[in-house]
Ligand binder design. Structure first.
Ligand code: FES
Ligand code: FES
Length: 141
């Protein structure tokens, strides 16, 4: 079927105009980065967050995705969704939510899984850094 029939306009829109493409300084203590791959297809997604240590809020979120349109749309949507959220809220975002928001077909579910995994990996990386930092302040976000 033609592309326009199989993909929701939202997917096409994020694919055409991806939000928050970029990178953050990985060495910075307030930045967490997740790099994940999809075994099913070999696509790769890197998502970074910048967190305000005082509030535990994600103040910035960027991604780079080497992958299909659904993966790009999922990561673009994910970065928009988690911005402004506290870490524990961002952890609740599931691939099902992303997939239903973008109306991904079942065969593309793993693309949204990539985005969920990337969010979780970025948060884990941030928390690991904070735990390792001798002068970590603010609430244990
Ligand atoms: Fe070709 Fe993912 S397998 S883009
Ligand atoms: Fe593999 Fe979309 S086809 S991430």
């Amino acid at each position: 079927p033609p592309l326009s029939r199989s993909y929701d306009p939202k997917v096409i829109e994020h694919f055409e105009n991806p939000r928050n493409v970029g990178t953050l300084d990985r060495k910075s203590a307030d930045v967490g980065t997740g790099l994940v791959g999809a075994p099913a297809c070999g696509d790769v997604m890197r998502l970074s967050i910048r967190v305000d240590p005082a509030t535990g809020q994600i103040v910035e979120s960027v991604f780079k995705t080497f992958g299909c349109g659904s993966a790009i749309a999922s990561s673009s949507f994910a970065t928009e969704t988690i911005k402004g959220k506290r870490l524990e809220e961002a952890l609740k975002i599931s691939n099902r939510q992303i997939a239903s928001e973008l109306k991904l077909p079942p065969v593309k579910l793993h693309c949204s899984m990539l985005a969920e995994d990337a969010i979780k990996a970025a948060i884990a990386d941030y928390r690991k850094k904070q735990a390792a930092a001798p002068r970590a302040q603010g609430p244990a976000a």
